[in-house]
Structure formats: C-alpha cells, structure tokens
Design a protein. Sequence first.
Length: 132
Amino acid sequence: MEMVVHLDADIFDVVLNGTKTVEGRVNDEKRRMLKVGDKLIFLKRPDEIERIEAIVEDLVYYDSFKDMIKDYDIESVYLPGYSKEYYIELLKRFYSDEEQAKYGVVAIKFRKIWYFVNLCYYNRHILWRCVW
C-alpha cells in the first residue's frame, strides 16, 4: 500500500533533512490499512512538485497524541524548538478529542529512501528527477 501525506514546507524540510522520523495520525480506517514495509509519499505544499518516498518501519499505537508524545522527542515528530504541549494543541486543529477517543493514534515510524523534484511535464506526464 502507498499512503500520500501532504506536508507544509517547514515540516517537509525536516523530513528531508532526516530530523523528523515519525508521523503521528489518528488511526482511522485509512491508517489501519498501513503495514510495516508500506510506502509513504510525502508531497511538499503548496505546489507538490517535491516528493519524498519513505518506508514504514514500525507502527506504534496509543490512546491519544498526549500518550504518543511521551515516547518521542519533539524533533522526531514535529519541528525543533517547539514544546510537546504546543504540538498537542496544534493537532487539535486537525483531530478532535472525540476522534482520538474513537480511533486511537498511530505513530508511523519511517525511513526515507528517495527525494524527487518534478522536472517538467512532457506530453501530460510528470517527469521526476531523483535528487537523492
């Protein structure tokens, strides 16, 4: 299975430099299909011409993001310089307490394998150039 993850530029960049190695998500129906060895495709917003491919190395399940963040330093799940409390509050913009209670949370540990930049369109096909 492949899962596409759309990331803002600052988050994409910390995935690219290898600092961020865990993606926290509500363990809804889509995430429940993920298995170790599956591929994650990170696309950089807004134009999504940069792409990182990664392999899922582990899936760790929690009741909430508050429980999850206890096991990781902030740099491995978000941006350096922010607090764990800020991260938890930020996630409430995307996932309600009710969603966390209903589905639980999954920490998706990944290892990046490729970084691509879209070169151009040719005959309506996107051409990718492997940069790394």
